[in-house]
Write a protein that binds this ligand. Structure first.
Ligand code: SF4
Ligand code: SF4
Length: 360
């Protein structure tokens, strides 16, 4: 199981699509429980845990990270961070992470416009530290650029830029549903989907090297050959849970306000999971479900943020994304497997090892 551990509800940035952390009444800036209680719950319920530190900005509370990693040495660890405070965590902990997801949106002007002036350079400093640490100590094993794709994103330009900086792979989420409504469909048709096709063509030229570098493509191709998604690829509430700083166990790490997300409370939780009825009928009837999984539980249940027409645009973008992967990437992967350039194992991708949502 994937465990998101919110070390704090606070954040040191105020990105334009996010607003910066959670209100303290929903996610206090410091945990109201002790690390021992958290570790006891994880150890009691899960023989093979993957633990990702999350926030707010998790490095605002490095102490909890160190305590958990000391108390539960056998788990696999990861972190989703903006990286600016990387010096607060000693390097022996950084080296133990199997995955580090650093938030960065692409080229400097795009990242700084949405995340704040000077942020790009500071993330690059953290990336440089992690690359150098990996050379010396062998970890962190995988470095992921975690992007938000906004109306300023040119997806092939921005992904290839980040891969060129030394990230092992990129994953992105569309700036949809929790920001103010904007003409996403128009942008997708004019800019995003053509860029996505160019990126797919780039992967298709050397899929044995490149498929694993573009997480959404890898997750879709993997689903095609491993039976398909039956639930949200992020695992929300079933393969993944989040422990909020107030001790509540949530189905989704951003759903700190929403009552439907509460699965239990640390210390008392019996392992009750989100009911399958949380995958709506419209997804069950959709022929893209096996490769989409419903995309995002939060967006499905909180569908009042955006008007229905825009949510339908979002579905169209998801379907065209899958079509591009099926028509451009999949044939190239099949040829590469036939020629022995890739093994079926190279095609498999488990988003729960990496805390990605697969579908942007
Ligand atoms: S494309 Fe839309 S309707 Fe279809 S499964 Fe995905 S989220 Fe659900
Ligand atoms: S994809 Fe949606 S449901 Fe899943 S973790 Fe992200 S916000 Fe939550």
């Amino acid at each position: 199981m994937l465990w998101f551990v919110l070390t704090t509800g606070a954040c040191n940035l105020r990105c334009r699509y996010c607003g910066g952390g959670f209100p303290a009444e929903y996610s206090p800036p410091r945990p109201l429980y002790r690390a021992e209680e958290l570790v006891e719950t994880i150890a009691r319920l899960d023989p093979d845990p993957v633990v990702f530190f999350y926030g707010g900005e998790p490095l605002l509370n490095p102490r909890l990270i160190m305590e958990v990693m000391d108390l539960l040495p056998g788990a696999r660890y990861g972190i989703q961070t903006n990286g600016l405070l990387y010096r607060r965590l000693p390097e022996e902990y950084w080296a133990r992470f199997s995955r580090v997801l650093l938030s960065i949106d692409g080229v400097e002007k795009v990242t700084d416009k949405w995340r704040g002036r000077g942020v790009y350079r500071r993330v690059l400093e953290a990336l440089g530290f992690l690359l150098e640490l990996r050379r010396r100590r062998g970890g962190p094993r995988v470095l992921v650029a975690r992007m938000a794709a906004t109306r300023d994103t040119v997806i092939d330009r921005d992904v290839l830029h980040l891969l060129g900086l030394g990230f092992d792979k990129a994953h992105w989420q569309l700036d949809a549903v929790w920001s103010e409504p904007w003409p996403l469909g128009e942008w997708a048709r004019g800019i995003y989907l053509p860029g996505l096709r160019r990126l797919a063509e780039w992967v298709a030229r050397r899929p044995w090297e490149r498929l694993s570098r573009v997480a959404p493509f890898h997750g879709i191709v993997s689903a095609l050959y491993s039976g398909g998604y039956r639930w949200y690829p992020c695992g929300a509430g079933r393969g993944a849970v989040a422990v909020n700083t107030d001790g509540r166990i949530l189905a989704c790490p951003i759903a700190v306000r929403e009552q439907w997300a509460v699965l239990g409370r640390l210390g008392e939780w019996s392992g009750r999971l989100a009911p399958s009825s949380m995958l709506p009928e419209r997804c069950r009837r959709c022929s893209y479900l096996p490769l989409c999984g419903g995309r995002c539980l939060y967006a499905q249940l909180e569908s009042d943020y955006w008007p229905r027409e825009l949510l339908e645009e979002l579905d169209r973008v998801t379907r065209r994304t899958i079509d591009i992967v099926l028509s451009v990437v999949v044939p190239a992967v099949e040829r590469a497997v036939e020629k022995g350039l890739m093994s079926p194992g190279d095609v498999f991708y488990d988003p729960l090892e990496e805390s990605t949502e697969v579908i942007p």
